[in-house]
Design a protein. Structure first.
Ligand SMILES: Cc1cc2nc3c(=O)[nH]c(=O)nc-3n(C[C@H](O)[C@H](O)[C@H](O)COP(=O)(O)OP(=O)(O)OC[C@H]3O[C@@H](n4cnc5c(N)ncnc54)[C@H](O)[C@@H]3O)c2cc1C
Length: 479
């Protein structure tokens, strides 16, 4: 990892042009957008037949990237749940992810992307404002927006991008819903529960936090399983209009601009922010607990309303009034993997998203890492001359992604104010010091332009291998 790990102390409004970024580059250069179809197929390019397991954010985004990077490929995706778990919650997409979505011509307007104006920290018991901060101008600082989405909108636009024909890409992704994968093999064999077998050049495993297939790429001694933490999250959405209609709750939701809020008590916190351009408010209520049977379901566990209201009882009456409006409440068991796994790829299998690096939501980076993974794969598998090059390209994926996803996985296990607790565990994945301030963490999370980093790695690798070949030729000519 380069110097971007160091906190850069500058006021949010300072122009990015003055900031030296990775590889000795200036921001204007590093963040300069690639023109559309920059990674589109070139004449004579080798196409791959790829299976993606799982059509969550990771699987869909990888499909978009791999299709657009122009393999002459039919992309199949296997999805067990008919997208059922993407219902009913919102997500932050940080600048490191939105710059990738922009490159792939993601339609932010159609996805009703919402921009935050400020964030506040409140005492959940008294409603006293403890801290309030304007959202940094991430477009100026990091060359990309900070956007909030309803997950269904994000999902739908990714699906559209992956499956709609484009002038520069011959193939589109095919999404096979309700086809659960029974097993895979490192040689690229996929076995469906129906018994059907198919052979692919590459299997991209994106089957989420309870992955069945991540174990394929690591040794038996390393566990890819996750354990429940001591926290669960109630998730629900409430139309903003309903909150404005009620004189008890109105004051929290009126006013200019969009606001994210954290109301905290000792052992619980209520987090909320708008999506769908302010039409809905998304809530996450983190409380102590462990759910029986989380092994079967982690996302959409049905909720007993009385238990929920009891959990809300320590909150300020206004917050209780807000929560009492929740209708379709889902429970999520927060789970974590003990430590990062050492390999992201083996044979013809590569891991992405939560399957590769499940993380707690404290940095809001799990989905963003999934987006980065897909983009890295898209670039590193572009301009492929021969299938023989695939193992090397996957090795580059490991090189580019391993430190980054491992570091973010560890940093995500605690709140931004508790990073000191994980500095030691995170240090092996940093070349410089582990960032511990909010600005430093934002810089570490938001700075990387994975498209450019992947392209540079690919170019450097080509140069190195040419130099090696030339050296070999020179040596043999002297024999
Ligand atoms: C409360 C909470 C808040 C969060 N907030 C943010 C945020 O603000 N920003 C952010 O970037 N991240 C956030 N995250 C993290 C983010 O949601 C995840 O990292 C992201 O959704 C992971 O996507 P994925 O595609 O890897 O996995 P998933 O979305 O879990 O998708 C995996 C898919 O694989 C399918 N599947 C599984 N097994 C099989 C099989 N055998 N055959 C076929 N299909 C299979 C599943 O049905 C599923 O659809 C949050 C997470 C939580 C819990």
């Amino acid at each position: 990892m380069e110097d971007s790990t160091k906190p850069i102390h500058c006021p949010p409004d300072e122009t990015v042009a003055s900031r030296l970024l990775r590889n000795g580059r200036y921001a204007g250069e590093y963040y300069k957008p690639f023109p559309p179809n920059h990674f589109a197929p070139k004449p004579g390019q080798q196409s791959l037949d790829i299976a993606i397991i799982g059509a969550g954010i990771a699987g869909l985004n990888a499909a978009v990237a791999l299709v657009q990077s122009g393999h002459n490929v039919e992309l199949k995706m296997f999805e067990r749940s008919k997208f059922a778990h993407e219902i009913g919650a919102a997500i932050h997409m940080c600048p490191n992810a939105t710059r990738i979505l922009s490159y792939y011509e993601f339609d932010f307007e159609a996805a009703r992307a919402t921009q935050l104006h400020q964030s506040s920290l409140l005492d959940a018991h008294t409603l006293e404002i403890l801290r309030i901060a304007r959202t940094p101008d991430t477009v100026r600082l990091y060359g990309a927006s900070y956007s909030l989405f309803h997950r269904v909108d994000l999902h739908q636009q990714l699906q559209k991008l992956a499956t709609e024909p484009r002038p520069n890409t011959k193939y589109v992704a095919k999404i096979n819903l309700s086809s659960e994968i029974l097993d895979i093999d490192l040689d690229g064999t996929v076995i469906l529960t129906s018994g059907e077998r198919m052979k692919k050049d590459l299997i991209v495993v994106a089957d989420g936090v309870r992955t069945k297939f991540a174990a394929k790429v690591v040794s038996d001694q390393i566990s890819t399983g996750v354990s429940p933490t001591e926290k669960v999250v109630y998730r629900f959405l409430i139309p903003t209009e309903r909150l404005l209609e009620d004189p008890r709750t109105r004051s929290l939701f009126e006013g200019e601009g969009f606001q994210a809020n954290i109301a905290r008590l000792d052992d619980r916190r209520l987090v909320w922010y708008p999506c769908r351009q302010g039409a809905l408010q998304n809530f996450g209520f983190f409380v102590p607990g462990k759910i029986q049977g989380y092994e079967q379901e982690v996302w959409n566990i049905p909720v007993d309303r009385e238990t929920f209201l009891k959990d809300c009882s320590p909150l300020h009456p206004i917050l209780q009034a807000v929560c009492s409006k929740a209708d379709d409440i889902k429970l999520f068991q927060l789970c974590m993997r003990k430590q990062p796994i050492p390999a992201l790829t083996k044979g013809s299998v590569v891991l992405i998203g939560d399957a590769a690096h499940p993380m707690l939501p404290h940095q809001g980076q799990g989905g963003a890492m999934a987006v980065e993974d897909g983009a890295a794969l898209g670039v590193l598998l572009s301009d492929l001359r021969s299938k023989k090059d695939v193992p090397r390209r996957l090795q580059l994926f490991q090189e580019l992604r391993f430190n980054r996803v491992s570091a973010v996985q560890i940093l995500s296990s605690v709140g931004q104010d508790e990073i000191h607790k994980v500095v030691k565990a995170a240090q092996p994945f940093f070349e410089g010091p582990v960032p511990t301030t909010v600005e430093g963490l934002n810089d570490y999370n938001y700075t990387p332009n994975i498209l450019r980093d992947a392209l540079e790695l690919l170019r450097q690798d080509r140069k190195d291998s040419l130099a090696k070949q030339e050296q070999k030729g020179y040596a043999s000519s002297r024999i």
